[in-house]
Design a binder for this molecule. Structure first.
Ligand SMILES: Nc1ncnc2c1ncn2[C@@H]1O[C@H](COP(=O)(O)OP(=O)(O)OP(=O)(O)O)[C@@H](O)[C@H]1O
Ligand SMILES: O=C(O)[C@H](O)COP(=O)(O)O
Length: 624
């Protein structure tokens, strides 16, 4: 109606004014008190609609419409069942729910009224094509503002978000309670990944909360989070995914009747550490900047103390409510250089405020700092665990959890050869398919004797690259390198016409002409990569295929993202990590198209290299 109103307020008024009598006129034409037949609606469709309206006739025009929609959806569902068979429909529903479950991991849910059945579901923006939404959900009525739940009978993505965050039940619960075809069971990761039998898993937040049960009053659970988020000059957080990523863990703590003490670093405050800061750096890197967003996302009592250790911190902790449910954010850990040096006294001071410890800072899990390694070493192992975010990240990026029939592919692109070399080296030992693209592929092209013109190349890495090529071959890794490249005469300062580009075949003995610079993979490469990736059961993508920020050099990365989207639909687990790759997904409006988006930078790369992260190593394995 709002849309109609925008076009014509008169039209809206007219439609709203259509009374039940006028609807009735098509059925009881011989009633002289009613207006003539077809006074309002005049087509055959009106007859069909009228027959569908049934008892809803006496309601408002809007109720009638809803009733029609419901009936039509039921009919469509039954037709679908007739056509595909019951099993087919069940599979389809399970697939839809599974996709929604994966895609809602960074949505937020807030109770509208405490203890009520209505919830507000916040869906962050996924780029220009998908703006953020805030929808009202009624879990008792099984309705959502988006309209899909009531129309289709299958929980919409907002409803799935609610189940994911507020109910411990898995998809089975939703299928049993809300879907017309409950026979089929499907397993999927809730906020904590599922572990296969016999598979090692770390103690997690739920284990720790269980261990904390009993005794009087709320406990203070200290959580290492990574709130090192980008903030613009207006003080606005430009990407809050790391904050949103920590919410399931925080919510679990608050829901259990305990308090959450959050500690994090922000940036690298060298001036504060050396005493050279005039207050500017301290203000720019203060954790108090995340407090408003945290309040919005949790709706909880969020407090801040402008120190992370010492008397001030102790006082703030002692003031936390005995009934639990509050969040206390400590000031930036790195305002003390002892954090990075993992100084024992500093770790001890932090730990003195904690009844239990959780690490949910995946982005910092590769740093053996006091808040990451020091604090858990000082607390009983049964009271330390990893949070939901760390557990999910590790589960998605760890290859040891794969079965014998799984095939892993890693796609590594971007520009920095030297920083990605350890990753490529580690991946050769772990994956079956390795795809190299972007700027770093030219160092490998040169190693194969392909001319690269003025393309990006780290000459001192060419020999290492040669070694990797031989290593990959010896280990039977299917290595895919670009077979063509789109080049320009110089690095573009803005969008460039395709006529000013030239495509070269990247074959030994040939390659890019002198004076030309390779800036993207060509169409033959995109087709080769797509075909090569189709046999993978799990794909990790880190680093763009070309200068995706500037058209037309975005095409190779776009083609790859499209291929990943198709693979995801076909059941492949697709994981994207790294700032530029995530930025590329956002640019193409495809953040939803993959199975998982990692919040880590360096941590993601280290995990891919096969390293054990200090933050994970500090937590004990779970034992029954
Ligand atoms: N052929 C190329 N020549 C020059 N720059 C390139 C080329 N291909 C990609 N790039 C640039 O590489 C940059 C990303 O490279 P970088 O090594 O920083 O990756 P990254 O930041 O590690 O990636 P991610 O953040 O996804 O892990 C992008 O800005 C992109 O424009
Ligand atoms: O942004 C990151 O990658 C993490 O917050 C770690 O930050 P650091 O590289 O400054 O340790």
């Amino acid at each position: 109606m709002a849309k109609i109103n925008a076009i014509s307020a008169r039209g809206k008024k007219y439609l709203e004014g259509i009374s039940a009598n006028q609807w009735r006129s098509t059925a009881w034409v011989d009633d002289p008190t009613l207006p003539p037949r077809f006074g309002i609606v005049t087509t055959n469709m009106s007859e069909s609609v009228n027959s569908m309206v049934g008892d809803a006739r006496d309601g408002s025009w809007l109720e009638c419409t809803n009733d029609i929609v419901r009936k039509m959806m039921n009919r469509i569902c039954s037709l679908r069942e007739e056509n595909y068979g019951r099993e087919g429909v069940v599979d389809k529903v399970a697939e839809i729910l599974e996709r929604r479950w994966k895609n809602c991991s960074n949505f937020q849910v807030r109770e509208v009224v405490k203890g009520g059945s209505q919830f507000d579901v916040f869906r962050p923006s996924r780029g220009a094509s998908q703006p953020e939404t805030n929808r009202l959900l009624d879990v008792r009525e099984q309705t959502c503002e988006c309209g899909k739940w009531q129309e289709h009978g299958v929980p919409c993505i907002d409803a799935v978000t609610y189940y994911r965050l507020f109910e411990t039940q898995t998809l089975q619960y939703i299928m049993d309670n809300h879907c017309q075809s409950p026979e089929k069971t499907v397993t999927m990761p809730p906020s904590m990944p599922e572990y296969k039998e016999g598979q090692t898993r770390k103690r997690n937040v739920y284990d720790v909360l269980e261990a904390l049960k009993g005794g009087e009053g709320a406990k203070n659970v200290m959580v290492r989070v990574d709130f090192n988020v980008p903030i613009n000059s207006d003080g606005k957080i430009t990407d809050d995914s790391r904050i949103r990523g920590a919410i399931p863990t925080i919510e679990a703590i608050l829901k259990s009747g305990n308090n959450a003490i959050l500690m994090s670093h922000m940036g690298r405050p060298k001036k504060v550490q050396t005493g050279e800061d005039d207050g500017t750096e301290r203000a720019a890197l203060s954790l108090n900047q995340v407090v408003p967003r945290l309040k919005e996302l949790t709706g909880a009592d969020v407090r801040f103390v402008d120190d992370c250790i010492g008397e001030k911190a102790k006082q703030a902790v002692s003031e936390l409510p005995k009934e639990g449910g509050a969040i206390l954010v400590l000031e930036n850990l790195r305002f003390y250089k002892d954090e990075e040096k993992n100084v024992a006294a500093f770790a001890k001071d932090l730990a003195s405020n904690a009844d239990a410890y959780i690490n949910d800072a995946f982005g910092t899990a590769h740093r053996a700092h006091a808040s990451v390694s020091g604090v858990p070493a000082l607390l009983p192992p049964e009271l330390c665990g990893i949070g939901c975010l760390v557990a999910s990240e590790v589960a998605y990026l760890d290859f040891s959890t794969l079965g014998p029939n799984d095939k892993v592919a890693a796609i590594i692109g971007g520009s920095k050869v030297s920083s990605k070399l350890p990753v490529i080296k580690g991946l050769i030992d772990q994956v079956q398919i390795l795809v190299l693209g972007g700027g770093l592929a030219y160092t490998f092209a040169k190693a194969r004797g392909v001319s690269i013109g003025t393309s990006l190349c780290e000459d001192d890495m060419v020999e290492t690259a040669k070694g990797f090529l031989a290593d990959a071959e010896a280990k039977g890794v299917k290595l895919l390198l670009p077979v063509d490249a789109v080049a320009a005469k110089s690095f573009p300062s803005g969008p460039m016409s395709k006529d000013d580009t030239k495509t070269f075949d990247m074959v030994p003995g040939g390659g890019i002409e002198d004076g030309w610079m390779g800036l993207d993979v060509g169409p033959k490469t995109s087709a080769l990569f797509k075909e090569g990736l189709a046999e993978a059961t799990k794909i990790i993508f880190n680093g763009p295929m070309g200068v995706f920020e500037i058209p037309p050099f975005d095409e190779g990365t776009k083609a790859l993202v499209d291929a990943l989207e198709e693979d995801t639909k076909n059941g492949t687990i697709t994981v994207v990590g790294g700032g530029d790759s995530v930025a590329a997904l956002e640019q193409f409006g495809k953040t939803d198209a993959v199975s998982y988006v990692s919040t880590g930078g360096g941590a993601t790369l280290e995990l891919l290299s096969g390293d054990i992260l200090p933050g994970v190593a500090a937590i004990a394995d779970f034992k029954e």
